[in-house]
Design a protein around this ligand. Structure first.
Ligand SMILES: [Ca+2]
Ligand SMILES: [Zn+2]
Length: 628
């Protein structure tokens, strides 16, 4: 016979075990940012996108960077995807775009997590990536802090191979002390179309990736540009033979589409000489972005390039003047002549003079393809072929790229992978259209934040630089853009096609802008590649405060030195790196050698040359008064 107490104890025991089990189950779910059963923990309003907002296609409370973020799905337009069966998902398109959640009230010092399911049906069949940015706002509605997750893979859907499920994108972050409101941004790493569904925001999520705030400020102030320059300007050209965008002309994005490609090719050639003459007068080194046929001395041997492709995307529907290229091989108009018989088609004879004058030759692609329509395999073949013909004329592998037709819109993550893996580190001539535009302009067409920036998803590896198209009508505006670039401490690429530097008005415009820039004296004028690589190296600088005080006490003050290690982690030299010396400093040493005061006292800066990979130690002795 079982005693009553024992039976009661057993029931109580199993109840406690059960309750503990349920508690454990719930807390595990919360740690993974998942919903426990029977309790609604999702703090996100309009998480099912059911309530329409004032902007057509955008759910109430949700925000976006530009068009391209809108509701799709079987219940919305009969197209797209949906995960939870309500027929709706939020579409996100554009590397410069983002979707952002409605604001959610939060408590300071509490950890919150966000998850969202993501799927791409990329037209180029490329998987892609997104990241989350937690934005914390204070009671006044000001943005206090941002924290970003790493980039996370998005599941790829193709008709032949639909994925088993959507990818779950997640992250957590702790609310700062003054935070009262949170919004979470979802940012893409490419222009592949993404669908987002079942967003959740709740407390907890301790097992998810912790979003990181931006790196803390450096303990030493380092100037953004070398040798005390306040900004950087690159003068660059799109330079192509008739085989570039001339024979393959589009009716959009090309004001001269109706002109004879051979005449245009001859002007492209003449513009090289005219622009070189201007640059020689001002000792400027420029960048010429060349297509593949620029490197040929001719093609009597009838070489075939890139597998003699037909680009079916070059259709009238996509902006070409006819459907000619949808069936005809892209290089089939090659006259198979030489620079003498067909000077509009081959510019091989112009390479050596450009190099001898110190100019940089970089890639405008081999084939003048449309970046957003070409798939990754075409991109790979194009870059490899460019590098091959460039090497035949003594030009190194491409490290910088100017998109033909500014055609970066539509670039897949896989195409960007190819560009990065090929060793290209800077890109320009990027799309200026809403969801793809990394460099927004004001009402006059001036770039608002004129400086290079990391390509989203490739931070530290691939840098995108803003450009300004120079025409005679815009020459005065170019001066304003340059002045604003100096005020911003940034960079601008001033560009045109060499074909344009043949009219008297355009030559005068270039002469005016180049002479103004050089005469200012406070602008670093260099090839775009060098400016971009400087920025890559400069931003990767690692500065650490050294704590062990092995150095003897300062000569003048007797106080201890403040010691720092400055390490150039990049594979580029940093020549003329300027480090600010605080005004209270009495002595400076570099690698234990005292620097004469006349080298830094007047300017307040010390100048360093750091080779790729080099680290040096800087010691600063503060005055007695400042050390107290
Ligand atoms: Ca849904
Ligand atoms: Zn072009």
């Amino acid at each position: 016979m079982i005693s009553r107490q024992f039976a009661f104890g057993a029931i109580l025991f199993s109840f406690i075990v059960g309750a503990a089990g349920i508690f454990f189950f719930i807390s595990q779910r919360l740690d993974r940012c998942a919903a426990p059963p029977f309790i609604e923990t999702n703090l996100l309003p309009n998480a099912t996108f059911a309530i329409p907002g004032p902007v057509a296609g955008l759910p109430e409370g949700w925000g976006r960077g530009a068009g391209g973020v809108e509701l799709r799905g079987p219940a919305v337009d009969g197209q797209g995807f949906d995960l939870d069966g309500d027929g709706r998902a939020l579409q996100l398109i554009g590397i410069a775009n983002y979707a952002i959640t409605p604001p959610v009230r939060v408590q300071a010092n509490v950890t919150y997590c966000f998850t969202v399911a993501a799927l791409t049906d990329s037209l180029l069949r490329s998987p892609t990536r997104v990241r989350l940015v937690f934005e914390w706002y204070d009671a006044q509605g000001s943005l206090r802090e941002q924290a970003s997750t790493p980039w996370q893979p998005v599941a790829l859907w193709t008709p032949e191979r639909p994925p088993a499920g959507w990818a779950v994108i997640g992250g957590s972050a702790r609310a700062p002390a003054d935070a009262t409101m949170l919004r979470v941004r979802i940012e893409p790493a490419s222009d592949d179309r993404i669908y987002l569904d079942m967003p959740r925001l709740q407390r907890g999520g301790h097992t998810l990736t912790l979003a990181q705030p931006p790196a803390p400020a450096s303990p030493l102030l380092i100037a953004p540009w070398p040798e005390g320059y306040r900004a950087a300007v690159a003068f660059t050209f799109d330079w192509e033979t008739a085989m570039g965008g001339l024979i393959h002309s589009r009716s959009v994005d090309d004001p001269r589409a109706d002109e004879d490609p051979v005449q245009r090719g001859l002007r492209m050639r003449a513009g090289v000489l005219n622009s070189m003459a201007i640059f020689e007068r001002y000792h400027v080194r420029a960048t010429y972005y060349a297509t593949g046929y620029n490197f040929l001395m001719g093609n009597r041997e009838q070489r075939r390039f890139m597998g003699d492709p037909v680009f079916s995307w070059a259709s009238a529907a996509n902006g070409w003047r006819s459907d000619r290229w949808t069936t005809r091989p892209w290089f089939s108009d090659d006259p198979y002549g030489t620079v003498e018989t067909h000077p509009a088609w081959y510019f091989g004879d112009q390479i050596e003079p450009l190099l001898a004058a110190g100019h940089d030759i970089q890639s405008h692609t081999f084939s003048h393809l449309y970046g957003g329509y070409a798939d990754a395999a075409t991109w790979r073949a194009d870059i490899e072929t460019w590098n091959m013909v460039a090497a035949e004329r003594g030009v190194g592998h491409a490290r910088s790229l100017a998109f033909p037709w500014s055609s970066s819109a539509g670039m897949s993550d896989a195409s960007w992978d190819v560009i990065e893996q090929a060793g290209i580190r800077s890109v320009t001539r990027l799309s200026d259209y809403g969801p793809y535009n990394l460099f927004p302009t004001d009402g006059r067409g001036l770039i608002r934040d004129p400086d290079c920036r990391w390509l989203p998803g490739r931070e530290g590896r691939l840098i995108a630089c803003p450009d300004f198209y120079l025409t005679p009508a815009r020459a005065e505006l170019a001066i304003v853009q340059i002045d604003q670039t100096v005020a911003y401490g940034g960079m601008i690429d001033i560009w045109a096609h060499t074909e344009e530097v043949t009219s008297a008005a355009q030559q005068a415009a270039w002469e005016d802008v180049v002479s103004y820039t050089v005469r200012r004296g406070d602008i670093w004028v260099a090839p775009l590649r060098e400016i971009a690589e400087w920025q890559i190296a400069r931003r990767a600088l690692q500065i650490t405060t050294l704590t062990d005080s092995a150095l003897p006490a300062g000569r003048a003050s007797g106080s201890a030195a403040q010691r720092y290690q400055i390490w150039n982690q990049s594979s580029y030299p940093l020549t003329g790196l300027m480090v600010a010396v605080p005004s209270t400093t009495v002595d400076v040493a570099i690698n234990n050698d005292i620097v004469p005061r006349e080298h830094w006292r007047a300017s307040g800066w010390i100048r360093l040359d750091l080779a790729a990979g080099q680290a040096i130690e800087v010691a600063l002795w503060p005055t007695r008064s400042s050390s107290r």
